[in-house]
Design a protein around this ligand. Structure first.
Ligand SMILES: [Zn+2]
Length: 102
């Protein structure tokens, strides 16, 4: 079975993803942004807790979600309030991230 979200919603400062295998993942918006996998943010983070990157500058708006798009049925692309939207989070990446954060 291909991993896909059945529901994605923002609840306060968290994003909740329900997966089609019946599990759920929760992400703080700040954690999600710091884990941005785009080239500008430094690529895929080490999931063993080393998510923050000192060379990336964040503002309060960096951790506010404007919205998100689903890309080709395999990834989530968040749009952040500071204008950043180049991070494409594949579903498998989100799933691994969610498990690493538990
Ligand atoms: Zn990024």
């Amino acid at each position: 079975m291909r991993l896909e979200p059945t529901n994605i919603q923002q609840i306060g400062d968290e994003v909740a993803i329900s997966w089609n295998d019946g599990t759920e993942s929760f992400f703080k918006l700040e954690t999600l942004r710091r884990a941005c996998p785009c080239a500008g943010c430094g690529g895929e983070p080490d999931l063993l807790g080393h998510i923050s990157r000192s060379h990336v500058t964040y503002t309060d708006e960096s951790f506010q979600l404007v919205g998100f798009d689903l890309i080709g049925g395999y990834a989530l692309q968040p749009r952040w309030a500071d204008g950043h939207s180049t991070g494409i989070y594949s579903f498998t990446y989100l799933r691994r991230l969610g498990e690493a954060l538990q």
